[in-house]
Design a protein around this ligand. Structure first.
Ligand SMILES: [Zn+2]
Length: 418
């Protein structure tokens, strides 16, 4: 048992006991109820928050950051796809490790990934101690032969994933309506439903995607098109969901779809910024936050994402009360847990112990302003001093085991794509 002693939770000092993977007891400090811990960590001057859940990543893309800048999405994708063609398992493994290193350092304990060589990404994350949702990515470019190959590979990976433990999961990904045939969208959707998997898809990321979809599918938006195929539901995780009509929002709400807002990627690629948070929430959709791949966003820092999200919501709505702090925190934590069906994202007895310890002994937290306000709007993620995932420390006092090796090996695999 681990005791986080005298740590602040929602402003009050508590003793937080962790046993195995879960939070065992939370008591007002200095009470212990006679519980004896194997390890006591003095957390005086520190606060505890739930680990972040990054709901849309392409983790290993971290090694491609900064290579293609200042171009629109279609040109950006063309360049990225050319480099991706040169990647192999080793590249993904070390790229994902480097991504996990950054995620841990910025307080992320679960991520929902859509990228290549899934088993290698999974191994990398599990070794780093955080929880990956890894997916098989369907992307057939409307080619029958590719589709057939992907079906076979997907089934194989699913069978392999049956041996995976609780701390990693396999999901299904459909890249987007503009890269995947109708036949494969339907196949992937059915496979996901049959095997109880999440279905992760890029949805209405750009205005062009919507216009092209309307042209190809008799005036239907991507949301209407997917609805017409019968693939939407609470197991669907729709990354971006940016260019939505009132009708789209009604559909996404009705089906309780999980919509992932990725503001840094959207703003930087000039895809748009008017994410309709209030309308989606009111309609019944579950809104989560993500960073997207670090080659578009350009990092995996959820705290930065939270701040940018709130700024853009307030600015385009012309409403300073838009995206309040509590909603922001929920979108970065418990809403992701809900989308993935995980008992985490909150700090309560019995929940999985995915936690970040924030050092408040610095100037950012001097004022009597609320912890959340100071954390989101003033501090940086390097105030996160330690991170616990699945009840185990994955970072202590800013030290993540294996960092030097990850940097060395990542530099080696980078030679492949140069
Ligand atoms: Zn993406």
């Amino acid at each position: 048992m681990i005791l986080l002693q005298n740590i602040r939770l929602d402003g009050a000092p508590v003793n937080l006991f962790i046993q195995g993977q879960r939070i065992f007891r939370i008591l007002p400090f200095p009470q212990t109820e006679g519980l004896v811990a194997d390890e006591t960590v003095d957390c005086t001057g520190k606060a505890v928050i739930p680990g972040f859940i990054n709901m849309h990543t392409h983790a290993a893309m971290i090694l491609l950051r900064g290579i293609t800048e200042d171009v629109p999405l279609d040109r950006w994708l063309a360049k990225i796809w050319a480099m991706e063609a040169k990647m192999d398992e080793e590249f993904i493994y070390w790229g994902t490790k480097a991504a996990c290193l950054e995620m841990i350092k910025s307080g992320t304990t679960t991520f929902n990934d859509m990228y290549w060589f899934a088993p290698f990404a999974r191994d990398a994350a599990v070794e780093m101690g955080i929880r990956p949702y890894i997916s098989f990515v369907i992307l057939d470019h409307f080619d029958r032969e590719t589709a057939e190959k992907q079906r076979r590979k997907c089934i194989k990976l699913y069978e392999r994933s049956l041996d995976w433990t609780e701390s990693s999961h396999l999901a299904m990904s459909v890249h987007a309506v503009y890269t995947v045939s109708e036949e494969m969208i339907l196949w992937a959707s059915q496979f996901a439903v049959d095997h109880g998997m999440k279905l992760h898809i890029h949805l209405s990321e750009t205005e062009k995607e919507n216009l092209d979809c309307q042209k190809a599918h008799g005036g239907l938006s991507p949301t209407e098109y997917l609805d017409s195929l019968g693939v939407l539901g609470p197991h669907v995780i729709a990354a971006h969901s940016l260019w939505l009509s009132d009708r789209d929002i009604e559909i996404l709400g009705k089906h309780r779809v999980n919509c992932v807002h990725n503001i840094n990627s959207n703003a930087k690629l000039a895809s748009g910024h008017r994410f309709r948070y209030d309308d989606l929430k009111a309609a019944g959709a579950n809104v989560c936050l993500g960073t997207d791949g670090a080659s578009s966003s350009n990092n995996l820092d959820m705290l930065e994402t939270m701040k940018t999200t709130a700024m853009f919501q307030k600015a385009w709505r012309k409403d300073p009360s838009a995206m309040p702090l509590r909603d922001l925190m929920d979108a970065a934590t418990v809403n992701g847990a809900r989308a993935l069906g995980l008992d985490t994202g909150v700090i309560r007895e019995g929940a999985i112990a995915d936690l970040s310890i924030v050092d408040t002994g610095n100037s950012y937290f001097l004022s009597p302003g609320s912890f959340l306000a100071n954390f989101v709007y003033a501090a940086h993620s390097d105030t996160i001093s330690s991170v616990i995932a699945n009840g185990r420390f994955v970072m202590r006092d800013r030290v993540v085991p294996g960092e030097a090796e990850i940097l060395t090996e990542a530099r080696k695999v980078l030679k492949q794509i140069q």
